[in-house]
Ligand binder design. Structure first.
Ligand SMILES: Cc1cc2nc3c(=O)[nH]c(=O)nc-3n(C[C@H](O)[C@H](O)[C@H](O)COP(=O)(O)O)c2cc1C
Length: 168
């Protein structure tokens, strides 16, 4: 099987990371994959904030889940996707960007997981001015990225009965 296809089929969510930070060039490639993702009418009403400052990461955890807990599994990098308020394709664009970034992370040998806490808590949106979210944007999804600690999860067995093919 071609390696792009192999990479696509073997990506899994990773929830255990080493403390080592990811390389700058890998971060830039992941962000590039995010901003080149398909998006509604190619309006690109998104912004990507890569958070790598350990103090800020801890403070964000404290804000979202309280002390001694991590909604992004203590990953060394958290990418926040924010979308301009009123964008018609908020959810779709967020999903496309996050999926592209997950696949990019996997292709680079890194682990990632979509972390869905901030966007479920509208109270937190207003407290993110210190996190590089542009005025008039709201966080719609976050991606934890890092080096995988332990074994990479095996390929998932998809649910049966979820495909229909209609031929002439
Ligand atoms: C919309 C969405 C929200 C998710 N939120 C979380 C989350 O908050 N925390 C988490 O650990 N995983 C989260 N995930 C990851 C899913 O649990 C994961 O994709 C699913 O179990 C399938 O496993 P796989 O990604 O390893 O194939 C989310 C995935 C999606 C698409």
């Amino acid at each position: 099987m071609n390696t792009d296809m192999e990479s696509l089929l073997s990506r899994r969510s990773v929830r255990s990371f080493t403390e080592e930070q990811i390389a700058d060039e890998d971060l830039l490639l992941i962000l590039e994959a995010g901003r080149l993702a398909p998006n509604g009418k190619n309006q690109e009403t998104w912004h990507f904030t890569a958070l790598q400052d350990p103090q800020k990461l801890r403070a964000l955890d404290e804000l979202v889940v309280g002390p001694n807990n991590s909604f992004f599994y203590h990953a060394p990098t958290l990418i926040l996707v924010s979308i301009q308020l009123g964008s018609a394709y908020e959810k779709e664009d967020t999903a496309c960007a996050l999926t592209n970034m997950m696949q990019a992370a996997h292709a680079l040998g890194l682990g990632s997981v979509w972390c869905n806490r901030i966007n479920n808590n509208h109270d937190i949106d207003t407290q993110l001015s210190d996190y590089g979210i542009p005025e008039g944007y709201r966080v719609t999804g976050t991606l934890a990225v890092g080096h995988v600690k332990g074994d990479y999860p095996p390929r998932r067995k998809p649910k049966e009965g979820t495909i229909t093919i209609i031929r002439a």
